[in-house]
Design a protein around this ligand. Structure first.
Ligand code: ATR
Length: 279
């Protein structure tokens, strides 16, 4: 029997995961089946139970179920516990292993694909919601000079920082607090790009050498990236590389083989550009 995996979410039809995993399985000659599951908003546990009873081996979990997946996992990796969210599940008998590959995906994209070393750099993380929480620990593990978390709601930034109080190179505040500071790496982990809104960032935080990264993929003209460009930043990235890298990490967890990500990123970038043009 072919091993079956799936991505579960609501909505799910937009998900690029089936395409990415089909490329990975062709490339590595791992014959797997990869499905999509549209779970009712209040029926996540039932939906995954049906999948597991049917012999499903593992899942990718996407919005809005990452926190529920975290709660139902019987074993969690350090990355999943610090994120309070799970995007990769492995079923093993009664056990449900929960991991979160988003952070690893981001770090691989920045350090390997974009060849930007985070170590000893000044890093600004915009946002303190679910997406931001998933990348704090992987960023800290790269040993930046300082990791500054900025958020519209200051208290949420402080709470997120306190979760990592064993690290000394982390600070938190709101967007006014970063006036007069410059950063080498600026990451947008807020949901503003999804709703085409800008962030209240002060001028002067970017340099020509800064890497500016928007977690959203498929749009190099988000208000955040436009502002960075206007401020003189030239090294800009959307989150497409992160999307493929987090999928590769899930594939590795399930199959023990690490697929080549570069050709898949290239293919997906071309496809999303065409999709944007035909909109
Ligand atoms: P996600 O899982 O995408 O992170 P979330 O947990 O709802 O979603 O978090 C959304 C993030 O985007 C938060 O950091 C939020 O800031 P607040 O905590 O102050 O709400 C940020 N955000 C959303 N809309 C924003 C806006 N118009 N301006 C600034 N920040 C915004």
């Amino acid at each position: 029997m072919i091993d079956t995996y799936a991505v579960i979410g609501n909505p799910i039809s937009h998900s690029k995961s089936p395409l990415i995993h089909s490329e990975f399985s062709k490339q590595t000659q791992q014959h797997i089946r990869y499905e999509t599951i549209l779970s009712p908003l209040n029926g996540f546990t039932t939906a995954i139970e049906i999948f597991r009873q049917g012999g499903g081996k593992g899942l990718n979990v996407t919005l809005p179920f990452k926190v529920e997946a975290y709660k139902i996992s019987t074993q969690l990796t350090e990355q999943a516990s610090s994120s309070h969210a799970v995007n990769t599940i492995v079923f093993d008998g009664d056990k449900i292993y929960g991991d979160n590959t988003d952070g690893t995906g981001l770090i691989r994209d920045i350090t390997v694909n974009l060849r930007f070393a985070i170590t000893a750099k000044r890093v600004l993380l915009c946002g303190a919601g679910g997406a931001a929480r998933g990348i704090v620990l992987p960023l800290l593990k790269q040993n930046p000079l300082i990791l500054t978390i900025s958020n519209r709601t200051t208290q949420k930034a402080h709470e997120l920082r306190k979760q990592f109080s064993s690290y000394k190179n982390i600070e938190s505040g709101n967007y006014k607090d970063i006036l007069g500071k410059e950063f080498d790496l600026i990451i947008n982990a807020t949901s503003t790009s999804l709703i085409n809104k800008s962030l209240p960032l002060p001028q002067g935080i970017f340099s020509a050498k800064s890497l500016v990264y928007d977690l959203m993929y498929g749009n190099m003209n988000t208000p955040f990236l436009q502002f960075a460009r206007k401020e003189g930043a030239t090294h800009l990235s959307d989150g497409i590389g992160m999307l493929v890298e987090q999928a590769a990490e899930s594939f590795f967890i399930w199959r023990g083989i690490r697929p080549e990500t570069k050709p898949v990123i290239k293919m997906l970038r071309k496809k999303t550009q065409n999709d944007m043009r035909n909109k």
